[in-house]
Design a protein around this ligand. Sequence first.
Ligand code: UGA
Length: 433
Amino acid sequence: MVVGTGYVGLTSGSSFAELGHNVVCVDIDERKINQLRQGIMPFYEPGLQDIVVRNVKERRLFFTTSLSEAIKSASVIFIAVGTPSLPNGSVDLSYVEQVAIQIGKNLIDYKIIVNKSTVPVGTADLVERIIKENMTDKKVSFDMASVPEFLREGSAVKDIFNGDRIVIGANNLEVADILMKLHEKLNIPIQITDIRSAELIKYAANSFLAMKISFINEIANIADGVGADVIEVAKGIGSDKRIGNQFLNAGIGFGGACFPKDVKGLIEIAQKSGRTLPLLEEVIRINDNQYRSVINKLLSVYPDLTGKVITILGLAFKPNTDDMRDAVSISLVRSLFEVDPSLKINVYDPIALEAAKQVIKGNVEYCNSIEEAISNSDAILIVTEWDEIVEFDYKKNINLLNNPVIIDGRNCLDLSGGRIDGFIYRSIGRKPI
Ligand code: UGA
């Protein structure tokens, strides 16, 4: 049984079904459950619909709103509900707590209960306590475990089947053994550890990756200052295996539901244990300011932005998702209007337009194609490197623009073969063209 049909729950649940297990996914959202039964996905994730539809048809994957029914036949329960940030940066565990209460009330025989949501260190103990408090039959036993998720939105399905490792946090070998069996067909190396270490691994992994991005963004800003090329620098350092070449793409900064929240979450975990994490505080500070480098580049081309038309290409926090949570485009638009309220801003995203309308405020024109978005524009700001945006023929469409200016916030355009001839081109940590 998997509780929660968000990115983590739905992808994990349907992947377990794909491995041959019988899976019931539970969610309190009736509309979502009805749609999932009909094969309609609640969010955009490449490849997910295929495995959901196939496994529903082959009767290995079921959807229900009734936790009390689903729990009867389950031997392992994954808690995969949302753990958003509270306004003060700490993690909101209320959904996890609600599920723990429901599990407690409906527990009639032995289960293994696994935290899959990203939860602060010590949450397994909290869930255990809540379940015990709510159990009607106090003689029933259960074990807690933690199996953190390392999937990325946009490539979640691929990541589950091709992960680098599976971390199983369990306090006894019998539980670890059952969870190993559950994952064994994935053929991915498994690390067995204690629950608290597993919980910390998740935060430490995301914080380290976020740190790599803020590091390379700092190097990009230096490269700008000294006339070096950050792509060359990333290649040069990344080919050292001790450093590794991934997550060294300089750009407009990281967003999404994980990195900003989890880095702040780890800082909070440190504070609660009487320590500080100045390194990670700086990672966040650098990231919060990174979008300004794009605005500064725009201002270097147009010191006066009065009445200008600016096009933003890509709104989602990364390609292949419609997720707008903590997307850099939100701060960018807000800040552009602060710099000059007379701006006209056209925006385009292949998938995230509807989601963006809920969170991007101000006088923004939502466009249905790149051509429409760049028409009569004075500058293109590339924020998300969707294939469609990267592969677009800017040179062929140069006449649609009022002024041929591209600020590439993801260093994603191919500059070879005269593809941007005629444009004023600025990117992050590379020489101006
Ligand atoms: C991240 C982690 O990569 C996953 O391993 C983890 O499981 C997940 O969080 C989670 O905790 O659930 P995700 O947030 O989906 O996955 O996306 P990433 O691909 O990691 O990208 C995060 C942000 O960093 C994006 O805004 C992306 O544009 C940015 N990024 C990434 C860079 O700016 N530069 C890079 O080199 C890589």
